[in-house]
Design a protein around this ligand. Structure first.
Ligand code: FES
Ligand code: FES
Length: 192
């Protein structure tokens, strides 16, 4: 059978390919189904959370084509042929040391380096119950990709994700810390 083009549709049925965290995925089903269900129920990427289901709280925030999107109100038809990144796709595998390299202790197989935003979140001990945090982090990464040195006002405007535990002040501090980490990484030629 011929491979469908991204987003090929017949009636309400969508037959689409997309990438999720760099892996090619295929979706066959209702084009109106929210991306959140595909991620959680079909791919078992349960780091992305369901909160309000109405695009209000931000718990379900992922990246679509590099920008933050609320996956509970993003239909599968809108992500056909596109790249989706979830919280599970933020950390990077640690490269193996070069043969004869000076690394004293080689990282274990499959070890991952946290994204600077994840590191800053740990350093600032942001999470309380944790439910909103994946969405907060994905929103913060999006902000810092667009605005490497945001002010408090920039952060307050951009991060509209809700937190019932009141972590907003720590979210703010973590974003400033992550901005500094990312600037250092950029100077050293690293790509978060
Ligand atoms: S669950 Fe998507 S915005 Fe609340
Ligand atoms: S940490 Fe509990 S809702 Fe945000």
């Amino acid at each position: 059978m011929a491979e469908p083009t991204p987003g090929e549709r017949t009636m309400n049925h969508l037959d689409a390919v997309l990438t999720v965290n760099g892996r090619r995925r295929r979706y066959r089903g209702d084009g109106a189904m929210p991306l959140l269900w595909f991620l959680r129920d079909e791919l078992r990427l349960t780091g992305t959370k369901y909160g309000c289901g109405e695009g209000q709280c931000g718990a379900c925030t992922v990246h679509v084509a590099g920008r933050a999107a609320r996956s509970c109100v993003t239909p599968m038809s809108a992500v056909a042929g596109r790249a989706v990144r979830t919280i599970e796709g933020l950390a990077r595998p640690v490269p193996a040391p070069a043969p004869g390299g000076a690394t004293a202790v080689a990282p274990p197989q499959g070890d991952e380096a946290l994204h600077p935003v994840q590191q800053a979140w740990l350093d600032e001990d942001v999470a309380q119950c944790g439910y909103c945090q994946a969405g907060q982090i994905m929103a913060a990464v999006d902000l810092l990709q667009r605005m490497p040195r945001p002010t408090d006002a920039d952060i307050d405007r951009a991060i509209t994700n809700l937190c019932r535990c009141g972590t907003q002040m720590r979210v703010r501090r973590a974003i400033h810390r992550a901005a500094a980490l990312m600037l250092v990484a950029a100077k050293q030629g690293g790509a978060p």
